[in-house]
Write a protein that binds this ligand. Sequence first.
Ligand code: GDP
Ligand code: IMO
Ligand code: MG
Length: 424
Amino acid sequence: MQVDVILGLQWGDEGKGKIVDYLADKYDIIARFQGGPNAGHTLVIDGKKHVLHTIPSGIFREGKLNFIGNGVVIDPVTLLKEIDTLEKIGVPVKERLIISKRANLILPTHKILDAASENNKGTSKIGSTLKGIGPTYMDKTGRNGLRAGDMHEKDFMVKYELLKGKHLQLLQIYNFSFELEQVEEEWFEAIEKLKEYAQEESVYFINNALQKGKKILAEGAQGSMLDIDFGTYPFVTSSNTISAAVCTGLGISPKHIGEVIGISKAYCTRVGGGPFPTELEGELGEKLRKEGAEFGATTGRPRRCGWIDLPALHYACMINGVTKIVITKADVLNAFDEFGVCTHYHYDGKQSQELPYDMVNKNIKPVNISFKSWGNIETDQPLPAELKEYVEYLEKYLNIRVSMVSNGPGREQLIDLEAGKILA
Ligand code: GDP
Ligand code: IMO
Ligand code: MG
C-alpha cells in the first residue's frame, strides 16, 4: 500500500490541519514525519476550534491510528497538555496515538538555548516559535540527543544530566537569564505520564502496516519555503519539510510514496522574519490579515500577508513532486474586488521565474497581474466563474490539477473539484 502526503507549499499555516482532518477518514494511519510543537494545525469541527501541535490531525476520527514518527521532535510537556485537552473532551487518545521510540525529545534546556540564541541575534532574528526546535535538531544531528524510547531505559537520567550539562556550558556564552527548576519538574512529570502511552519500534510498525495493506496519510508541518535546505535560508525551520522527509521521518522507502497533495492559500502569509517578495505592508496587507484572521495558531503573532507567489509555488511543487493542489482560504479574497498574483520576480535587472539561492540579499520585486474576485462561494454550487478562471490559471502555470478549494475553516467547507461534486 502507499503513503499519501499532505504538505504546505508556502511558509506554513496553509490550512494543512483542516485538509488532513477531512481526508483522514479515508486512511488507517495518520502520521507526522517532521517538525514539532512549532506547528499549530487548526481544525474546526461542528463549529468548535481545536489546535494541534504534535498530535496528528486524524485524532478526531474514530478507528484511526495517529503516529508521531521518528523525524518529529517531541516536547513532553506540550504533548501531555495536548493529550489532556483532548481527553477532557472525550477523545480516546490512548487508543489512537502511537509514538516512535526514535523521536528525539525537546529538553527544557533546548528551549532556553533557543531563546538565548534568538535573543543574541539582535535585529536578524529568525522569529523562532521558541519551542526548542533548532537546538533539538542540532543535538540530533550532533548525535547527542535523547529519544522517546530512552525514557524507559535505566540510563535515562545519566543521559539527561550529560546533555543538560552540555547545554548549561553552552548557555554561558550567552548573557541570558533563565529559570530551570520548575520547568524541569514539569518536564519529568510529563515524562512519567507519557510512559503510559504506546511507543513503538516504529520502523517495523510502519512497514508492517504497509505490508498489511494499511493506508497511510503523512501530515507535513511548516511549509516548503521553511525547509532547512530549500527554504529562504537562514530564515527557515530546522527540519526538511518536503516530501523526501516522509521517507526519513517515518522509515519507509521512496517507492511507497503515492499522491503528494500540496496545500496553498489563495494568497500568501508568513510569520517570523525573512524574505517574502509578495508581502503587502500597507492597508492591503492589513485587510488580508483582518479578513483571513491571520494570527499564528502557536504563538498568536500577526502573520505577514501578501499576494500568492507563483515562482515560489512552482519551485515548491517541483521539489515535492506535487501531484494535486488544494487551494485554501478562497473565501478570504471575497473582501477584495481585485487581487494580485505574482507571476515573476524582478531582480539583478531582469525578470525571472526562478528563485535565487539566497533570497535574503537580493532585492526581489514581484511582477503581479490582477484577477477579479468572485463574491460568495457556495459549497453546493459550481465554482463562481471568476474563481474558476483563477483556479484554471494556477493549474496552467503549475501544470498540476487543483483537486479541492476550501472556502471556510469548517471541516465541511470544501469543494471537491475532482469528484465534480460537493464534499460533506
Ligand atoms: P496549518 O498550520 O497549515 O494547519 O494552518 P493553521 O491552522 O496554522 O492556519 C490556517 C487557519 O486558517 C486556521 O485558523 C484555519 O481554521 C483557517 N482556515 C483553513 N482553511 C480555511 C478556509 O478555507 N477559509 C478560511 N476563512 N479559513 C480557513
Ligand atoms: P505549521 O505546521 C508557520 C516559522 C517560525 C520562524 C521559523 C523558525 O503550523 O504550518 P522554529 O520555531 O521552527 O525555530 O521557527 O519558522 N515556523 C512556522 N511558521 N507555521 C508553522 O508551522 C511554523 N513552524 C515554524 O515562525 O519564522
Ligand atoms: Mg499552523
